[in-house]
Ligand binder design. Structure first.
Ligand code: SAH
Length: 238
C-alpha cells in the first residue's frame, strides 16, 4: 500500500480521518508509524497529500490530512480485453489500474470459456476491491471504470466505433501484424485477446471497425505480461 486511500466517510472533521479497518491494520503492521509521522494519503477521485499521525492505538489511527496535489495523469487509453480466467482477472484488474488505465472493457470472445462469466470475481463489489488495491499500489486516486460486455458482435458493431473514434485503434495480435508503433502521447484504444487468442473472424471484425493489428515480437506472452509490455511501448511515460 503506497498510498492510503481515503473515502468521504472516513472524515470526522474537515481535515481529520479515523481509520479502523484493513487500512489501519496495514498501517500498524507494515508502516508502524509513530506519533507525528506523516503518511501518503489520497482521497478517492480526489487529491493526494499527507496524513500526520495524531493518535494511534490498538483499534484505530487518527490522521490530520492535508491534500495538496493532483494524482498521476491517467493513461490516454481505453483497454479492451477478452475476459481473462477468474484467477487472472483479479491480478489483471489490479495491474491495469496500477498502470493508469481508466477505461477497461472486459468483453466476450470465442475463446473465452463461458464459465468465466459466472465468476464471483465479476460481482461489482469484488471488482471495486481490486481497483482500490491497484490505486493504493500505484499511488493514484482516480477509480477506473470497468464495463462488462458479454456479446462480442453487438459490442464491436454498435459500441466500439464511438469508443474508438478519434483514437489510434490497435489490436495486439502476434500474427500478420505491423510492428508496435513508437511511443506517442495520444488517445489510444487497444484490444487484447484471450489466452487462446482472437479468432480470425474477430480480428477481421476489429479491422473492419478501423483497428490495426500490431505485434510486440515473435514471442507469445501471457496476457498479464503482454499488457505491461504493450503499454510501456505505446506511451512515452506512464
Ligand atoms: N495462443 C494465442 C496467443 C494468445 S496470447 C495465439 O496463438 O494467438 C493472449 C493475447 O496477448 C493475444 O491475443 C494478444 O492480444 C496478446 N499478445 C501476446 N503476445 C503477443 C505478441 N507477441 N504480440 C502481440 N500481442 C500479443
Amino acid at each position: 500500500m503506497n498510498l492510503i486511500l481515503l473515502f468521504e466517510d472516513d472524515f470526522v472533521a474537515t481535515d481529520r480521518v479515523i481509520l479502523a479497518d484493513r487500512r489501519f491494520h496495514h498501517i500498524r503492521q507494515v508502516q508502524q508509524p509513530a506519533l507525528g509521522d506523516s503518511l501518503k494519503v489520497g482521497l478517492l477521485n480526489g487529491e493526494i497529500g499527507r496524513g500526520l499521525v495524531m493518535a494511534i492505538d490498538d483499534r484505530q489511527i487518527e490522521l490530520a490530512v492535508r491534500l495538496e496535489r493532483q494524482p498521476p495523469r491517467p493513461l490516454p487509453l481505453t483497454l479492451i480485453m477478452a475476459l481473462p480466467r477468474p484467477k487472472m482477472l483479479k491480478r489483471t484488474l489490479q495491474s491495469a489500474t496500477a498502470m493508469g488505465v481508466k477505461q477497461l472493457y472486459l468483453i466476450n470472445s470465442y475463446r473465452v470459456d463461458k464459465s468465466f462469466w459466472s465468476s464471483p470475481w465479476l460481482a461489482d463489489g469484488k471488482i471495486h476491491e481490486q481497483l482500490l488495491l491497484g490505486l493504493e499500489q500505484a499511488g493514484d486516486t482516480l477509480l477506473p471504470q470497468v464495463h462488462l460486455r458479454k456479446r462480442f458482435k453487438p459490442f464491436v458493431e454498435d459500441e466500439l466505433p464511438a469508443i474508438a473514434a478519434d483514437s489510434r485503434a490497435l489490436i495486439a495480435h502476434p500474427y500478420q501484424a505491423a510492428e508496435c508503433p513508437a511511443p506517442l502521447d495520444t488517445p489510444t484504444t487497444l484490444a487484447v485477446g484471450p489466452e487462446g487468442g482472437f479468432i480470425r473472424y474477430e480480428v477481421d471484425k476489429l479491422i473492419e471497425t478501423g483497428f490495426q493489428p500490431i505485434h510486440i515480437g515473435e514471442r507469445i506472452l501471457r496476457v498479464e505480461n503482454a499488457v505491461p509490455v504493450l503499454l510501456a511501448r505505446l506511451f512515452p511515460i506512464f
